[in-house]
Design a protein. Sequence first.
Length: 224
Amino acid sequence: MISAKDFVLVSISAALGALSSVIAFRFISSNPKRPRPRCFSASENASVEGSQARSPFDPSKRKGYLSWDDYFMAIAFLSAKRSKDPNRQVGACLVSQNGIILGIGYNGFPRGCSDDKLPWAKISVNGDQLETKYPYVVHAEVNAILNTNHASAAGQRLYVTMFPCNECAKVIIQSGVSEVIYFIEKRVNNSDAAYTASHKLLSLAGVKVRKHHPQMADITLKFE
């Protein structure tokens, strides 16, 4: 036989259960649009992948892919991002005639020379050239040629974000590079002579020179 105390506890539990059911029913009734599991449509999947939706049965190739010139120049620009130079970041990419990347480089100090123990300044406060970066920096073009793992640069193409100066032109010629593709030619202050000499040297050596005209305005990379 149930005691009076147990009877009271059972009654309270039943009342609480009924009250919970009423509250839950009212909550559901007041929110008829319940969230549903997210399902990506074909168009949404396309935007996530960065390409337009297309039929899986379509045998044609994708449009809007990078041209070879844009591809190699983009690698040169990406390499420039590694440069610690606060004023000018230059990148270069050495490519074989078969489209194989042989070496990449950017402007920086020689191997083993600390980036924190040499100056990055363009101009010295005291007028001392040794307090600037110029006596120490190795240019991107030279690094790209030296980073070829002993492969010959003869007959190869060099993509560079900035037209090479006369000192780099000498290395380019001596290494046997047959063509230089540059993005911009920057002449600062009285440095015109260095670039004029570069043009003259490359022309005399028979090295082809052409300015890159990109087919794409920009290339966006996302790490997600």
